[in-house]
Design a protein around this ligand. Structure first.
Ligand code: ZN
Length: 312
């Protein structure tokens, strides 16, 4: 049985102060804070989700903001660069916008595309690239309008400790297709229109260290719960040690570490982020899973208040 993911569901990273995180991803990049909840394993800290206006899979970056935690090291076994797709003709807008907020960025070219590369305040490597695929993001915030807004992920650049195995897993297990080779990069594509281009560096990199400014895991899309079980069998049959299904409140998920040491998750599209609050008000209130609801007062006291604010 072969299976193909349509692309990235979400990417999760570790960062520093939650207000700096919110100012950058909401205030500057113009993403919507779609969920404000707690780390289920450490409920005194936030788990923040940013995405397009609809909070759709393929647009979602999530953060564990840890104040005062160790700075990590980007390296093998991680998503090295997170790529966002912007509408065609908006490169200049974004270049100007980053300049306006004193974010140093450089341009780089690969596979015939021009990328604008920069870092977030905690060290995560990001880039923007114009892509035709995927619908516009119906987001208006500050100077950002749907015509220029980030659509979602373009994809990612993977750093592996064993690139041949990472190549093989992406094709044999996740079902992506090799589409191009350039320098020390191989480009793979999934079946979706967005969050669908993965470049893998063809160099074994020294293992990175998890901490602030590093990506924790990359999640791939499964259609629904039934599909997730099929994925679990498929991953197991491909020789990977896969977890049981975990309830993540907004999706169900399984996890495995691919042989190049990158942590993979496979997550269902449903139920999505509007299942415990309305679409209109998503992200405004702190949402707690049922097991923590009794401790709401105490937990919310330990969380630093954050706000989404226009910086324009
Ligand atoms: Zn995840």
């Amino acid at each position: 049985m072969s299976k193909k993911t349509s692309g990235i569901h979400h990417i999760t990273a570790i960062v520093g102060h939650p207000q700096e995180n919110t100012d950058f991803y909401a205030g500057i990049l113009g993403l919507r804070l779609i969920k404000k909840t707690v780390n289920f394993d450490d409920p005194g800290t936030y788990h923040l989700y940013f995405g397009n206006q609809g909070g759709e899979p393929g647009t979602i970056i999530t953060f564990f903001p840890w104040i005062g935690a160790y700075q990590g090291e980007i390296g093998g076994g991680q998503v090295g660069v997170t790529t966002y797709a912007i509408p065609e003709g908006t490169f200049h807008f974004w270049q100007k916008r980053l300049e306006k907020f004193n974010i140093s960025a450089e341009t780089a070219t690969r596979f015939g595309e021009t990328f604008l590369r920069f870092k977030d305040p905690h060290g995560l490597q990001l880039e923007l690239v114009e892509r035709q695929g995927g619908k516009l993001n119906d987001r208006t915030f500050g100077d950002i309008t749907p015509e220029v807004a980030i659509k979602g992920f373009g994809g990612a650049v993977l750093y592996s400790t064993d690139f041949e195995q990472t190549n093989a897993t992406l094709v044999d297990t996740m079902g992506l297709e090799k589409v191009a080779v350039e320098g020390d990069l191989i480009r793979y594509q999934s079946t979706g229109y967005l969050a669908n281009i993965i470049d893998i560096r063809q160099t074994n990199m020294a293992r990175g260290r998890m901490g602030v400014g590093t990506v924790h895991h990359i999640a791939w899309r499964a259609n629904d719960d039934q599909d997730l079980i099929a994925w679990q069998n498929h991953v197991d049959q491909n020789g990977h040690q896969v977890t049981e299904v975990k309830d993540r409140n907004y999706f169900n998920a399984i996890y495995f570490r691919e042989p190049g040491e990158i942590l993979y998750e496979i997550a269902t599209d449903p139920p999505g982020f509007a299942h415990d609050e309305s679409y209109e008000t998503m992200g405004e209130a702190i949402k707690l899973p049922a097991q923590y609801e009794e401790q709401r007062e105490k937990l919310t006291e330990s969380l630093i208040p954050i706000e989404v604010r226009e910086l324009d």
